[in-house]
Design a protein around this ligand. Structure first.
Ligand SMILES: NC(=O)c1ccc[n+]([C@@H]2O[C@H](COP(=O)([O-])OP(=O)(O)OC[C@H]3O[C@@H](n4cnc5c(N)ncnc54)[C@H](OP(=O)(O)O)[C@@H]3O)[C@@H](O)[C@H]2O)c1
Length: 512
């Protein structure tokens, strides 16, 4: 299907797959028209023609078909009447349709007998496309790697992930690979009438997928089993007949695992592994805060920078993390996080290292170039107050929240022993230990001691900045327990606190 002379219309262009189809066609030099319901928020490349409409509105769709030779069609929901009308229009106006269908579709049964509503909808649209006589390619992906984003809220708030069929293996497919196959089918001959069954390159259980997320992001991720019936009912609705629920469950738990090599065959390069996918989406899964509790970080370098204004804060944060990406990753650096001070001037770096030797080596050999590269992009950075710490003890509520703010509370100490005694005492009185109610919005305290014994740092996570403001107003008056303890501890001097919001974390490639 050589479309070099025509425009390709991409529906679902802002979606997980469609966005990569747009990018891939553009890179291949093909004229692209991207369909979205809201061009203003589409955030597509500036040189791509973006038009307003929906594939569920035949009139709107028809308006954008001039010069179009091929269409990437995806189903945004199951309004099958609307889709049937749109398919008729496409059949009349274009030469080739590449449908994002589903691996759930079975060729040995009619659309009415497909296993479940997803297979049914895609089978109906496939049949409608075939009936028009247009040239077609059906992409039939199995479960997307991106489905793991459903686990993100639990991971971010350190709750167990509710997992359906944790031991049933699948081969999750990366949306970039589905798009790459789509681009081939839209631009090359030889895909007419093909049903491309698409999976990732490896079979792995959902439980193993979570382990990979933990390995890449340094989080301790746990799960608990969710009954498959509950899962099916939450997807299909409470009034769904029992036999439909049973069919969906059987389709999930009884099917033979499928793994194909179609991506590699069609694109002439290996399909992305699940680990590749996680490495491309760590923030979406775990949020932008550092994995403070990780056990393999022996040393944490905490440093603050001051810049002129809020724009420079973001520019400096972006520059430092871009530079991490651009040059070889330092040996022993596990993760580097940047947070932005709510004062509009401060940034804090939280860099987790395997050990002191690795940190020293970086300080000797890599640091100057790193700083110079950042300074070249953002002049006027004042580096202040840097120290190497070790995580000492933590107090995390049993039902923690997703943190949206971090407060750094610092103390000068005359020795490491003073810091230890103070933290031990704080933990002994902490609501997490005593069983009293935890302050509303408090997500966890992570106490760090400076390696040289000169500081103690409480990395305190809260749901929001406002939640910390409430704690200050309600619990930190001079005669409250914690200020009293600070007052009474010899060798300890409070240095105040600063509030931050997360910017981003970049992760090293873990040893395999
Ligand atoms: N997830 C899986 O495991 C899996 C497996 C096999 C097949 N599939 C199929 O893959 C498709 C999903 O692909 P995807 O993840 O790339 O899509 P997506 O990201 O969920 O959505 C694509 C775009 O569709 C548009 N959209 C959403 N609701 C709409 C509506 N009511 N009317 C018109 N447009 C709407 C949105 O764009 P605008 O807001 O810009 O208009 C959205 O960005 C589905 O058909 C699904 O059945 C999924």
């Amino acid at each position: 299907m050589n479309e070099s002379n025509g425009t390709v219309l991409v529906t679902g262009a802002t979606g997980q797959v469609g966005r990569h189809v747009v990018a891939g066609l553009r890179d291949a030099g093909v004229r692209v028209r991207a369909l979205t319901r809201d061009p203003d928020t589409a955030d597509l490349p500036g040189d791509v023609e973006v038009v307003a409409g929906s594939q569920l509105d035949t009139v709107e769709l028809a308006r954008h078909l001039d010069d179009v030779s091929a269409v990437f069609l995806m189903l945004p929901g199951f309004d099958l009447d609307a889709l049937a009308e749109s398919v008729d229009v496409l059949g009349e106006r274009v030469r080739h349709v590449v449908l994002l269908s589903s691996g759930a579709v079975r060729d040995d049964v009619s659309p009415g007998d497909q296993p479940g509503p997803i297979a049914h909808a895609h089978a109906v649209v496939e049949e409608a496309i075939r009936a028009t006589g247009v040239s077609w390619t059906f992409l039939r992906p199995y479960g997307f790697a991106a489905n793991s984003l459903a686990w993100a809220p639990a991971i971010r708030s350190r709750r167990p992930v509710a997992m359906v069929a944790p031991e049933v293996p699948t081969a999750p497919v990366d949306e970039r690979d589905i798009a790459a196959v789509a681009v081939r089918a839209l631009t090359e001959d030889g895909h007419e009438g093909a049903r491309h069954e698409l999976t990732g390159p490896e079979l792995l259980t959902p439980a193993r997928q979570l382990e990979v997320i933990g390995e890449v992001t340094g989080r301790h991720v746990t799960w608990e089993e969710q009954p498959a019936e509950d899962w099916a009912r939450s997807l299909l609705g409470p009034d769904t007949p029992d036999e439909v629920i049973a069919g969906m469950v059987a389709d999930l738990t009884d099917r033979d695992p499928v793994r194909t090599d179609t991506v590699a065959r069609v694109t002439s390069r290996p399909a992305h592994t699940y680990r590749d996918w996680v490495e491309a989406h760590p923030d979406a899964l775990t949020g932008s805060l550092p994995p403070v509790s990780r056990g393999d970080a022996d040393v944490v370098l905490v440093g603050t920078w001051r810049v002129a204004d809020a724009d420079s804060q973001r520019a400096a944060a972006r520059a430092v993390l871009d530079d991490r990406h651009d040059r070889p990753w330092p040996t022993g650096l596990l993760a580097h996080s940047v947070l932005l001070g709510t004062d509009g001037h401060t940034l804090v770096h939280y860099a987790q290292w395997t050990d002191e030797d690795a940190l020293d080596e970086f300080r000797r050999t890599g640091r100057t170039a790193h700083h110079e590269a950042v300074a070249a992009r953002v002049p006027g950075i004042e580096r202040r107050d840097e120290g190497a710490y070790r995580l000492y003890r933590e107090a995390v509520p049993e039902r923690p929240l997703e943190p949206g703010a971090v407060v750094l509370v610092s103390f000068r100490t005359d020795s490491a022993a003073t810091g230890e005694q103070f933290v031990d005492e704080l933990i002994r009185r902490h609501p997490v230990t005593t069983g009293e109610p935890v302050a509303d919005g408090m997500a966890g305290n992570h106490f760090h001691l400076a390696l040289d014994g000169s500081r103690t740092l409480n990395w305190a996570e809260f749901a929001t900045v406002e939640a910390h403001e409430r704690v200050v107003a309600e619990r930190l008056n001079a005669d409250d327990e914690v200020p009293q303890l600070v007052e009474r501890t010899p060798g300890l001097e409070p240095l105040g606190f600063q509030r931050f919001v997360p910017y981003r974390t970049v992760h090293g490639r873990p040893a395999r």
